[in-house]
Design a binder for this molecule. Sequence first.
Ligand SMILES: [Zn+2]
Length: 326
Amino acid sequence: MSELHKFIFDGEPVRGMLVRLTDSWQDVLARRAKADEPFAGPVRNLLGEMAAAAVLMQANIKFNGALNLQIYGEGPVKLAVAEVQPTLAFRVTAKVIGTVRPDDGLAALVNAQGGGRCAITLDPKERVPGQRPYQGVVSLNGDRHEPLVALSEVIEHYMLQSEQLDTRLVLAADDRIAAGLLIQRVPTAGAANLPGSATARNEDEIGVNESYNRIAHLAASLTRSELLTLDADTILRRLFWDERLVQAEQRSGIAGPRFACSCSRERVGTMLKGLGRAEVDGILVEQGKVEIGCEFCGTKYRYDPVDVGELFTPARDQPPGSRALN
Ligand SMILES: [Zn+2]
């Protein structure tokens, strides 16, 4: 079962999380295969790592809205998206144009000319009028403009730039599991008494906290194959056997990370109405039906001429109370 573990290190300004997406990740890949639109291996691995990273980031913040991790790619992957709700329900998709080679890494997939971008968007659930989603963007290159080879490095950069937080991240995915380990320095408590001082103090501490450096170093020794094959307890025991690790929270089942898609026939209908009758009729003439596939879950929504007619017919006035019978 897919699971998320939160833990702290007793007496140290360091916290951590471990996520393992198993059945939920296999569900995502199976749907894609069933829709006859399977992703190439390197794209599956990228999306798996993005899903694990996005679940970790969503679980790391107190925010009532969707967290979107997006990569605007230069290379065969033009766009890759992982979206996670506060409930930890997630979905992923990618737009791929061109050939993906079996050994393509991050740079070849999305950063072929060095212009790829990674964006993290927080979209509040109950947006007040005029409020816009928060978005932070980082490049896919390192400090010396070298293309980064791992998504984990991109996210670490983002955390440092936008949150001023030291973060160590290990990510891995195959067709069975998408997993991630996150270790983060907790900003020193009490420094927020004076306005403005918290940030200054926090920035001063970047990279120098000994406890964080020691624990992050241990985390970084976790290999890809260990992350993919070992259970959570074994991973944490092997890495941190000499640390005072305290499990803080575990989420699995319906409270844990799982696949869910928010698409619906109603939403597709609204989208078709937005296109306008002439446009939709044009598709009907050409293809005899209108078929819209959800790019996240593969569900196909089909509209024949009768469905389209109903869609564009204004709802008749209904007598009061009849709605309850529908
Ligand atoms: Zn869907």
